[in-house]
Design a protein. Structure first.
Length: 125
């Protein structure tokens, strides 16, 4: 299953001379309705793109659930290889696409997704 959603924000504009970086450090998915845990899940991938370059995406997380993992209503997945997502914040909207695989529930269900980002700036002189 693939679902996309967008987040509207003001385009990030920074002055010249800065070396900025923005990385996703982790993604948390919480069951909120219709399911009590994620034992049905085998894979979850979350990417980020922007409205200016929708075909160019950055992978934020690529999670594969281990066999026999304990059932949980919340999954927190640390980004193994955080990429710089700065370019995706230089537009008016970020587009997040989630791919989920497994034996998906046949009932309606909802989740909350939280992505934590970390940013840094270096001044070039």
């Amino acid at each position: 299953m693939t679902r996309s959603f967008s987040q509207q924000h003001k385009a990030l504009e920074l002055p010249a001379g800065l070396d900025p970086q923005v990385h996703a450090i982790d993604v948390t998915v919480k069951a909120t309705k219709g399911i009590t845990d994620f034992k049905f899940l085998t894979m979850l991938r979350l990417t980020m793109s922007d409205d200016k370059n929708p075909g160019k995406s950055a992978e934020l997380i690529n999670y594969v659930q281990k066999p026999g993992a304990p059932a949980s209503a919340t999954l927190t997945m640390v980004s193994a290889n955080p990429v710089n997502t700065l370019d995706h914040w230089k537009s008016d909207a970020a587009v997040f696409t989630m791919d989920i695989a497994g034996t998906l529930p046949e009932i309606d269900w909802t989740i909350d997704i939280t992505v934590r980002f970390s940013g840094s700036l270096k001044y070039k002189y």
